[in-house]
Design a protein around this ligand. Structure first.
Ligand SMILES: [Zn+2]
Length: 165
């Protein structure tokens, strides 16, 4: 009887150790991803805070239909901020008419936009997202105007516009 209990405890300890080691490894990898961003929320929280369109673009990396953003023709002076967390992303003086149907900028506000690579549509593209919350913004291409030669092709739904005072 005692022997059986002892064996059972012995197994339980071994079992726990195995599990905790596994957990540690999982935690390490998720932690690495999460600590990249200073604003971290659960999917349910984002879903609550964002409109369905904002949620699918910012959190699911969807692309809005071209020529649908009300910011596309916006020529006012101001700053474009992340629709999810308010981080300043693009200045109005770097916006240009690309003809693609998506708000386009030749330069980001340095340090506030982060980059990744995706192969979603079969070839390599540079994905860009908010450096604060990780929200997907769009892609950057190397066919933009001077002085950078870059075209930040951004989903208007991922942006809010803050007019200059
Ligand atoms: Zn953000």
């Amino acid at each position: 009887m005692y022997k059986n209990i002892f064996i059972a405890i012995g197994f339980a300890l071994v079992g726990c150790q195995g599990n905790s080691q596994k957990k540690e490894i999982v935690q390490e990898t998720t932690e690495k991803k999460e600590t990249k961003f200073s604003v971290v929320k659960t999917e349910a929280e984002w879903q609550k805070e964002l409109t369905p369109e904002e949620f699918y673009v910012l959190r699911k990396a969807a692309t809005e239909n071209p020529f649908t953003s009300e910011l596309l023709e916006n020529k006012k002076e101001g700053t474009y901020v992340c629709a999810a967390c308010g981080t300043e992303l693009f200045k109005s003086n770097t916006k240009f008419k690309s003809g693609t149907g998506w708000p386009s900028f030749y330069e980001e506000i340095e340090g506030n936009v982060a980059y990744d690579v995706d192969y979603k549509i079969g070839y390599k593209r540079t994905e860009e997202h908010c450096a604060t919350c990780g929200g997907h913004l769009g892609h950057v291409f190397e066919d933009g105007p001077e002085p950078t030669g870059l075209r930040h092709c951004i989903n208007g739904v991922a942006l809010d516009f803050v007019p200059a005072e």
